[in-house]
Design a protein around this ligand. Structure first.
Ligand code: 1DF
Ligand code: MN
Length: 351
């Protein structure tokens, strides 16, 4: 498994990686200041207390790679045969920051910085807008600027904002902007909010290993079960990490949701226009970030349809070129492989 991975598509497809992270100095400094002052939530303390300060080889590599939007990243992409990267401000974006004016400034400067890098490398880098859900109206404006002035193709929201979720009415301007302007909404994990994190940090399980998926799948399910996609049938929701496990759970989710609705168990849960399967197959897109194994990818394709499953690497958090070799060798048809690596991303992000 040491064959050279080439960009350029001679093997039949371009590889477009769709969950790739960058950071800015001021973002990391602002988050570390919160951590130091004891004002960050537990998930942020654990995540950035570690990545921001640990001297380990992994964290040093990641810090250096997050801050680079130039040669280091391009060399890594070349080495792993990645033609294009869809880039977003790393988790938690500015969502842990309490001072909303400060948070908006950091997000919009990160957007300017990313746009400059995309202009410099237009055939390699593609941007997603960073927003500040703490101010939904401002975020809707920034989404418009991202799309119309900066050329960005989506938005990454790093799941909850201080324990609040996008189905809550105050966030409606964000959902409406995404639906009206055709902006895919990528809900990316961060640590669970203090109300949820419980004993997960003590167990060492609140991060990317488990807590991320638990909290982000909860977020996505809230959107599905409260009728967000009946209100916004054209809204595209993108989830990483095997659509955060939802394809695996879908039959149980659907059965128990319908059972609960029929018996009027919860005030909040009302009949929907469709089964939950329908939204997975019509509104949700899933990437395989963190999940290089064919078994997970084929399950996603079975449940969601092969037109909705996309490749992601999650650079620099999971930079493993051998995973690309493994995916190249997947026993799916050439046409399906091309959809997975290239054309589904082109369709979703309108590339
Ligand atoms: C980690 C993983 C961190 C992912 C991330 O952003 C992240 C990690 C801070 O390994 O702690 O995006 N990930 O998506 O798997
Ligand atoms: Mn990620």
């Amino acid at each position: 498994m040491t064959e050279e991975l080439k960009t350029g598509g001679q093997h039949g497809y371009l590889r477009i990686a769709t969950e790739e992270a960058f950071a800015t100095e001021e973002q990391i400094n602002a988050i570390l200041r919160l951590v130091k002052e004891g004002r960050a939530d537990k998930g942020t303390v654990s995540l950035w207390g570690f990545y921001g300060t640990s001297p380990s080889e992994r964290t040093t590599f990641i810090r250096e790679r997050l801050l680079d939007l130039g040669d280091l990243r391009l060399a890594a992409m070349d080495e792993a045969g990645i033609d294009k990267a869809v880039l977003a401000l790393t988790s938690p974006g500015v969502q842990s920051i309490h001072d909303v004016e400060e948070a908006k400034g950091i997000a919009s400067r990160a957007n300017d910085h990313l746009a400059t890098a995309c202009e410099r490398h237009p055939d390699r880098f593609i941007g997603m807008t960073a927003i500040c859900p703490q101010d939904p109206e401002w975020s809707a404006q920034e989404l418009k600027r991202g799309k119309e002035e900066l050329g960005f193709v989506g938005v990454q929201v790093n799941s909850h904002t201080h324990g609040h979720y996008l189905d809550e009415p105050q966030f409606d301007p964000i959902l409406r902007a995404c639906a009206d302007m055709g902006i895919p909404l990528y809900i990316h994990p961060q640590g669970p909010p203090d109300e949820m994190i419980g004993s997960m940090v003590d167990a060492g399980l609140e991060g990317a290993i488990f807590g991320f998926a638990m909290e982000t799948s909860f977020h996505a399910l809230r959107l599905l079960t409260t009728g967000v996609f009946d209100r916004y049938p054209s809204l595209d929701l993108v989830l990483g990490h095997g659509a955060e496990g939802l394809p695996f759970w879908i039959d149980r989710l659907n059965y128990m949701f319908n059972a609960g609705v029929r018996s009027q168990r919860y005030e909040r849960l009302k009949p929907l226009q469709h089964n939950l399967h329908h939204y997975l197959r019509n509104n949700v897109w899933g990437t395989n970030s963190g999940l290089p194994s064919p078994a997970s990818i084929k399950l996603m394709m079975d449940v969601m349809g092969e037109d909705r499953v996309l490749y992601a690497m999650d650079y620099p958090y999971q930079y493993v070129p051998d995973e690309v070799r493994m995916l190249d060798a997947m026993d799916i048809t050439d046409e399906t492989k091309r959809k997975f690596f290239q054309t589904n991303a082109e369709r979703l992000f309108n590339l």
